[in-house]
Design a protein around this ligand. Structure first.
Ligand SMILES: Nc1ncnc2c1ncn2[C@@H]1O[C@H](COP(=O)(O)OP(=O)(O)OP(=O)(O)O)[C@@H](O)[C@H]1O
Length: 463
């Protein structure tokens, strides 16, 4: 983002607020700011302040010069919690020891200077505050743009590849199968495809295939007011299609056939996107899922990567949801502490993006200081440094590394074993020891099962 993209108003202007006193009291500092090329905007009331902030102001000078200002603190508190502003306090030396004021300073101010103050020092601090507001704005704007384009935030190579695939798929009208572990963003990807497709003005309808009673599924899907009827002109998202009861599988095949066999190449009434956590090829192999349906829905496949394998995305997604939730729940929050960010980066995220979103949301409600701490996110303080026996520490590290290698090699045992510097047989033994379930690691489970079978046979033959 360039300077020009921040409101020109914000660039030079400094809001000056002196609660409890007449605005004239701030005149000597107001003159000093003007002499240094800044444009002070003195706000006599909270309404003035709200209007000035609305116009794009990003930096404020808050003058607390006498007792009467302390009586106004509550009102000021309500007014200064806009996350986009950085405030510098000019505080009377006599008042600085007051606990209520100290708490206010710690929570809401970028910095403070005690009176009497050197005007040059004040100007320099305001320039720093402006720089900080600019950084925050640049960061938030970047994340928001990504969100508006696709609802999928993340700058990792995996996410960029996925976004390119989404854009390509959106231009076609083919069926799509999205696979991946729980909470990785399958539905978010389906919505992004819909939003970027020519059907974007039509409805996006979600149907959950894992309902208990087969009859209920039949009605919910195929009834006159069922999901298929209501998705007409738009996109139907079949969540967990692997759970679709046999009868409904047959019904869906009939619908797909009738659309594809329609006279005069009429376009299908809707686009179908299905998702599955389980490996559908395996379900076909075991006779639990119809092969003809599998081929009809799997025209294009998208595989969602695990969150733990995309460190950069953890940071982007966390900041993105922080911006959304903090502006509603806790406007004085400034961001994540370093310890909180480190805790997030070293966590395994079994619930993927959904878990991250939930933890950030909860932290913005729970946090009391200006920065989110590990415990606000539900992590122990100093994650990774908790005291445990060396044996447990070794086991935790080994198991985490094996998961990562399996995920990176997409469950190809020989590649994972090479990455870890162990033999394949040792790797199988460790997988069993730590009870690692390959379906919870991204990548086709079939790879794992096939190579395990082959390897075990070879191993037996060698003995
Ligand atoms: N890359 C992303 N950027 C921003 N938000 C994301 C991203 N991926 C997922 N989310 C959010 O995470 C939450 C879970 O995503 P979603 O429901 O799409 O996952 P899913 O794979 O369909 O989950 P499940 O398998 O449990 O149905 C949603 O709030 C979604 O908006």
């Amino acid at each position: 983002m360039t300077d020009a993209e921040i409101s020109p108003f914000a660039k030079q202007h400094v809001v000056v607020l002196q609660p409890g006193s007449s605005p004239a009291g701030s005149s000597s500092y107001v003159d000093a700011l003007a002499q240094h090329g800044m444009q002070p905007v003195v706000c006599a009331t909270m309404e003035d302040l709200a209007r000035t902030m609305q116009a794009g102001a990003r930096v404020g000078l808050l003058m607390v010069t006498d007792e009467s200002a302390l009586d106004e603190l509550e009102k000021v508190e309500a007014a200064v919690t806009d996350n986009r502003m950085s405030w510098v306090g000019l505080i009377s030396k006599d008042l600085i020891t007051r606990p209520r004021l100290r708490q206010f300073i710690a929570t809401h101010l970028f910095n403070f200077i005690t009176l009497p103050a050197d005007p040059e020092h004040v100007v320099l601090t305001l320039r720093h505050a402006w720089g900080m507001a600019f950084m925050r704005e640049a960061q938030n704007t970047g994340a928001t743009q990504d969100f508006q384009d696709s609802a999928l935030v993340g700058r990792s190579a995996e996410m960029q590849r996925l976004l390119a695939q989404v854009a390509r798929i959106a231009r076609t009208d083919t069926a799509v199968l999205i696979t991946g572990a729980s909470g990785t963003g399958k539905e978010a990807a389906a919505r992004a495809i819909h939003r970027q497709s020519p059907r974007c003005d039509g409805p996006f309808v979600v149907a959950n295939c894992s309902a208990e009673a087969p009859q209920a599924v039949q009605e919910e899907l195929f009834g006159p007011e069922g999901r298929i009827a209501s998705a007409s002109g738009g996109t139907l998202y079949l969540d967990e299609i692997g759970d679709l009861p046999a009868e409904a599988q047959a019904g869906l095949v009939r619908h797909l056939q009738s659309w594809q066999g329609a006279e005069g190449d009429a376009p299908a009434p809707l686009r179908l996107i299905a998702s599955s956590r389980a490996d559908l090829a395996q379900a076909v192999h075991e006779g639990r899922f119809r092969e003809d349906l599998y081929y009809r829905i799997n025209v294009v496949a998208l595989d969602m990567p695990l969150l733990a394998d995309r460190g950069q995305d953890i940071e982007d997604i966390a900041r993105h949801y922080f911006t959304q939730h903090a502006s509603v729940h806790n406007k004085s929050l400034r961001g994540f502490s370093k310890a909180a960010m480190n805790a997030m980066l070293s966590y395994a995220w079994p619930g993927n993006v959904r878990e991250l979103v939930n933890r950030v949301q909860r932290a913005t409600v729970m946090a009391e200081g200006r920065f989110i701490q590990p415990e606000d996110l539900g992590f122990e303080r100093e994650t990774g440094l908790q005291l445990m026996s060396l044996e447990d520490a070794r086991a935790a590290a080994e198991s985490a590394m094996i998961r990562r290698a399996l995920s990176q090699s997409r469950n190809q045992i020989s590649r994972a074993a090479a990455l870890l510097g162990v033999s394949r047989v040792t790797l199988y033994r460790l997988i069993e020891k730590y009870n690692i379930r390959p379906e919870l690691v991204s990548g086709p489970r079939a790879h794992f099962l096939n190579s395990k079978k082959q390897d075990m046979e070879m191993h037996k033959a060698q003995r």
